[in-house]
Design a binder for this molecule. Structure first.
Ligand code: CP
Length: 327
């Protein structure tokens, strides 16, 4: 089984087989990050450029670590230090980077569709690291990987996504991936934060938090994205917290086993309380750990080196000398 695509732009339209291939490959890669020397030669000789036009802590660092753990050469470019500041177009920036003979661009941009534009323009592969309010496919994959790790088969599992769905690229990628794998997906938010006709993607909409989280296997709490809201979508952060905040009080409606997820960065005290964010049922840092393995899998498969049957076992086992005893 191979990943039948040269770019990863979104989870919309991705088959269950493709998603499971990435998750199974990530399973094999996860152990590499536990080794004393966290490196395998899988992407030796490949050059990856991380092109970030929006701030990021988790995604950029996670991609860079994934690239380094696979032995790729990596370069980081941010909008604030690039010639974009001098008025250069995205097209010129990308074509100049490609002229330096790179293999893959990981891109975050505030405009939905920007990575799709580059993918149509360049021979280099493009991986979407978040485009506006559209998709964030590797976040969706790491969320699904974490859920699969904790809950097993996701068919029939009730996954509730609470918060600013309208502005959330994470919600969109989660919806596409989770529904493809047969999960029951419930979106919960004030009506002003739910896109019209979202039910056509096979999800339920519930504006009452109690009804949404009763019987949930996991709650993915979304950040309130004040920077993307052009008008006030709720009266105040305090009121949002009282009605939709995931707190010890509201969690009493869920089962004790219900997992708590958050893609980060968190607004503690707004969409999630301090107590819940730091509780035993929160798997928020597991998501971050799993993100490195998932991105290693994506890079490996997109670069085409995973397409030879059995190659991954060879790559994972071909650890540097220092690791041999530890493996
Ligand atoms: N989850 C996520 O995309 O976080 P960053 O904005 O820190 O990359």
């Amino acid at each position: 089984m191979t990943l039948g695509r040269n770019d990863l732009l979104g989870l919309e339209g991705m088959s269950a087989e493709e998603i499971n291939l990435i998750l199974d490959t990530a399973d094999s890669f996860k152990e590499i990050s536990e080794r004393p020397v966290k490196k395998v030669p899988a992407l030796r000789g490949k050059t990856v450029v991380n092109l970030f036009f929006e701030p990021s802590t988790r995604t950029r660092t996670s991609f860079e670590l994934a690239e380094k753990r696979l032995s790729a050469d990596t370069v980081n470019i941010s909008a604030s230090t690039s010639s974009v500041k001098k008025g250069e177009t995205l097209r010129d920036t990308a074509e100049n980077i490609q002229a330096m003979k790179i293999d893959l661009i990981v891109m975050r941009h505030s405009a939905a569709g920007a990575p799709h534009f580059l993918a149509g323009l360049l021979d280099a592969a493009v991986v979407n690291a978040g485009d506006g309010c559209h998709e964030h496919p590797t976040q969706g994959l790491l969320d699904i990987f974490t859920l699969r790790e904790k809950l097993g088969d996701l068919r029939g599992k009730r996954i509730v996504i609470v918060g600013d769905v309208a502005h959330s690229r994470v919600a969109r990628s989660d919806v596409f991936g989770l529904t493809t794998l047969g999960a029951e997906v419930v979106l919960c938010a004030p009506p002003t934060m739910i896109p019209r006709d979202i039910e056509r993607f096979g999800v339920q909409v519930e504006t009452n938090l109690k009804r949404a989280i009763e019987g949930a296997d996991a709650i993915n709490v979304l950040r309130i994205q004040l920077e993307r809201q052009k008008v006030n979508l709720f009266p105040s952060s305090l009121e949002y917290n009282e009605v939709y905040g995931i707190t010890a009080e509201s969690l009493a409606w869920a089962t004790p086993e219900c997992l708590i997820m958050h893609p980060g960065p968190m607004n503690r005290g707004v969409e999630i309380s301090q107590e819940v964010a730091d509780s035993d049922r929160a798997v928020i840092l597991d998501q971050v750990t799993n993100g490195v393995a998932v991105r290693m899998a994506v890079l490996y498969l997109i670069c085409g080196v995973g397409q030879k049957e059995g190659l991954i076992e060879e790559e994972v086992q071909s650890a540097p000398e220092e690791n041999r005893e530890a493996v």
